[in-house]
Design a binder for this molecule. Sequence first.
Ligand code: NAP
Length: 480
Amino acid sequence: MQTFGNYINGEWVTTGGTFEVRNPANTDEVVGLFVKASAADVDAAAQAAADAFPKWAGMTGPARANILFKAAEILDSRFESIAADMTREEGKTFPEAKGEVRRTINILKYFAGEGSRTGGHLVPSERDRVHMFAIRKPIGVVGLITPWNFPSAIPCWKLAPALICGNTVIIKPASVAPLSAWRIIEALHEAGIPKGVVNFVAGSGGTIGKALIEAKPVKAISFTGSETIGKWVHTEASKRMLRIQLEMGGKNPTIVLNDADFNAAVENVVNAAFFSTGQKCTATSRAIVEDGIYDKFVAAVVERTKKLKVGNGMEAGIDIGPAVDEAALNTILEYIEIGKKEVGAPLVGGNRLTGGAYDKGYYVEPTVFADVPEDARIAKEEIFGPVLTIHRAKSFEDAMRMANATVFGLSASVQTTNLSRVFEFIYGAEAGLLTVNLPSAGVEYQLPFGGTKDSSFGPKEQGPAAFDFYSDYKTIYLKY
Ligand code: NAP
């Protein structure tokens, strides 16, 4: 059994107690043992990052980029095995894991490319013979706290822009799925990243997450995870006036209008609700369907859902893997029970899957509740599992009102062939990520990503927007 150490000041630290990471598809399998970092390890990592900062910040962007490009090549050379690791630790299907690892590689290359592109601003002065411009500068030591659902892409879309801007970093991945992030650190190490520039600490968020926020050299915290923890991170990090970026939960709607391409709309809703076991922050959890096609749509979604195959994501033909762990499974099952009380039996699903290989994993049936009142708890609270509620809307306006009637604002989707409705949706939907005639989930890295309302706080991630968080400006007025 491999023990995965923490990475502090360019060294693998393998001393200390360990915790197990088990395969949620087969809990007999231990994926790996991870060394539990202590608060003292976090402090050592923060000090190493602070010591490494001046030299790393002083390197040219293209020189930093070379290391990121090299790490991308290393990951690519191990593409299949890294994806298999991800399926084994997180449970998503192997094709989904391969898609995510490909995205991680592309994110590294994208931000590496920015190393020779990112500039500042040069504008004309009102004063004679004054040259005025602003250059970007890194912030310093940045702490990254990441969730388990995209265990490679999310760490990478924080690490890559942080590093290319010249910051030094400490990353704390989710405890249920730390291996995918560890693989990125391994690749950066092999690519020759100078010691202290990147540091990895595994272990409980309650202990080392807090230590990270409190570590003196840390100047900024980027967090992705639940709303509850995000708000706590905000409170603690604000006490130290840290720069803060939070990406949190969602209750994402897909509006389906009478004129939608019917079959595509069914496919998009089923895909966004259930793939990755509904454990995407941008997953559709509410389908809001116009009256004229409501009954037909519900019937079609139920039929399509019945065909989905749940099982071990390493097996061919599986559409949906297990929930990530027992706690996640129990939360999903609790919400299904709440739903049964609130609206009656689901039209499909509603149970834990048992018998044979299912007994070894955290499998749950994809579940559809229809005719769900807007104020039901299952329609308002984030479940983060394969549970879809369907709601009847009297009109487009009614659908928009329902879609926006949530504290969250991460993603939203509309399925329609009416161009005016598309634009009314684009301007009226209260969410940071909108899709039209596509699933609500499925993001690329080249544009800003993040939500509004209680889903997010601070500057957006990814694309050019990532630099707004990971760098600052220095403004210069020069008389010649
Ligand atoms: P979580 O429980 O909030 O954990 C997220 C991270 O925070 C983990 O690394 C966790 O460590 C750490 N943590 C826990 N307690 C902490 C504390 N007191 N101080 C500092 N860090 C702490 O979320 P999750 O269950 O991993 O992820 C699911 C949630 O993430 C969902 O709500 C989902 O919507 C959201 N999400 C949002 C986005 C987005 O971009 N908006 C993307 C993906 C996921 P441990 O693992 O050790 O507890």
